[in-house]
Design a protein around this ligand. Structure first.
Ligand code: ZN
Length: 412
């Protein structure tokens, strides 16, 4: 098991026991089922013998659990196995039945909210987008109706594992509450309660940067396999971080850690919506980049100019857009250097629209970091873009549910 993947076991809200109760299994059986499903999810198609080897479970246990999983439709046999060199009976590889569970992911941002339904393997089968509304209760009721609608449309998915929700601000994932945000004027919103009431499905919430960090742990590249400390920098309308420390997601004393966007980098800078002056967010977020571009064009731009559009303008060779993004990259480098000096991560992952201009921003961030890092010569920091160019937080919302279904439960 990779060190980062230990996070799966640290992250469970509650075990989904419905199917286990129905089948009358005990807790040990549940634990073993999840170990087995987790291995299948990573390595499929895979034979029973290989599952036993990797999990350390004995072959009889693996065989019993897989036959239950086959009966219940979680797992299917993947055609005929290859003939062994000795001509023996070929092992039949197993794979997860992607139709067994549907996963809902809801990525709420200040401007636009995306609702997606994926199968159990994470393939998105439906996607709807909405303008985020000012009244959260009304909006979440509407989203609840859309979820029920999509559920009816996709009856091929046997069961729904839950709804994962990514939120742009301070989130207490234990109480399921969106506390506050400088980009979205919602306060103390009972997201889990309202969505569970509206859909009857289990709902899990977290902050968007932490969701994206979780997706990186689950789906990120193999080079993170031995990484124990990772910093995820989410560049969106705001700026926030997901911090993985010693193999686990860092949450802090009140579950709100990671808001590095509101660290001041300019004592006499402009006033931020959070009340401080010169926050990093004011220089390196998408809002900052869009505002910078508008200023460079003396305000002669289309209304509702988005970050996506600014990045497209870079691709088409627009000099003002290119300079606006270069400037953002410098500020990203400055902030990231402080975080490296303070947290000493092995890998920095950057996610958001700006990473579509990776060839432009990567060398600038790298130069800035090298210039200001303590001990620059004996440090080898990897700075990478997210595995997900489009909406990493949506992928993170889906991963919240997958994580809940496949992680080990808390016992006792
Ligand atoms: Zn601020």
């Amino acid at each position: 098991m990779t060190s980062l993947r230990r996070e799966r076991q640290n992250y469970v809200r509650k075990p989904n026991l419905a199917h286990v109760k129905a089948a009358g299994h005990d807790m040990l059986r549940l634990v073993n089922r999840r170990i087995l499903l987790s291995i299948l999810s990573d390595r499929q198609p895979i034979s029973r013998a290989d599952i036993a080897k990797i999990s350390g479970l004995n072959k009889a246990t693996v065989s019993t659990i897989t036959s239950d999983l086959l009966k219940e439709g979680f797992v299917v046999e993947d055609g005929l196995g290859r003939t062994t060199p000795s001509g023996g009976k070929p092992p039949t590889p197993l794979r997860i039945n992607e139709l067994r569970y549907g996963l809902f992911g809801l990525d709420i941002r200040a401007d636009e909210t995306i609702l997606a339904l994926s199968d159990f393997r994470g393939r998105i089968v439906a996607r709807r987008s909405f303008e985020t509304e000012a009244d959260p209760h009304r909006f979440l009721k509407r989203i609840g109706a859309e979820i029920i609608d999509l559920r009816v449309e996709h009856k091929e998915l046997i069961e729904i594992g839950g709804v994962g929700v990514s939120l742009p601000g301070l989130v207490d994932n234990h109480t399921g509450t969106f506390l506050t945000s400088v980009v979205l004027p919602w306060h103390d919103v009972l997201v889990v309660k309202w969505l569970e009431d509206a859909t009857g499905l289990p709902v899990i919430v977290d902050n968007s940067a932490r969701c994206a960090a979780l997706a990186e742990i689950w789906h990120g590249k193999a080079q993170y396999a031995h990484v124990r400390n990772l910093l995820y920098v989410s560049v969106s309308s705001g700026l926030a971080c997901g911090v993985v420390v010693d193999g686990g997601l860092y949450r802090g004393g009140t579950n709100t850690a990671g808001q590095f966007g509101h660290t001041s980098i300019a004592f006499n800078g402009p006033e931020c919506r959070c009340g401080q002056r010169g926050c990093w967010d004011l220089y390196a977020s998408d809002n900052a980049t869009v505002a910078r571009y508008k200023k460079m064009r003396n305000g002669v731009v289309k209304r509702n100019l988005t970050m996506r559009r600014v990045v497209e303008l870079v691709e088409s060779g627009d000099p003002a857009a290119t300079e606006a993004i270069r400037e953002t990259a410098r500020y990203l480098g400055i902030g990231i250097t402080g975080l490296i000096n303070g947290l000493d991560p092995e890998v920095i992952v950057i996610g958001g629209e700006i990473t579509k201009a990776w060839e432009l921003i990567e060398p600038i961030i790298g130069t800035e970091v090298k210039r200001n890092l303590l001990r620059p010569h004996d440090r080898n920091i990897a700075i990478r873009r997210s595995a997900f160019e489009v909406r990493p937080s949506l992928r993170g919302a889906l991963t919240l549910v997958l994580n809940d279904l496949l992680s080990l439960p808390h016992i006792g």
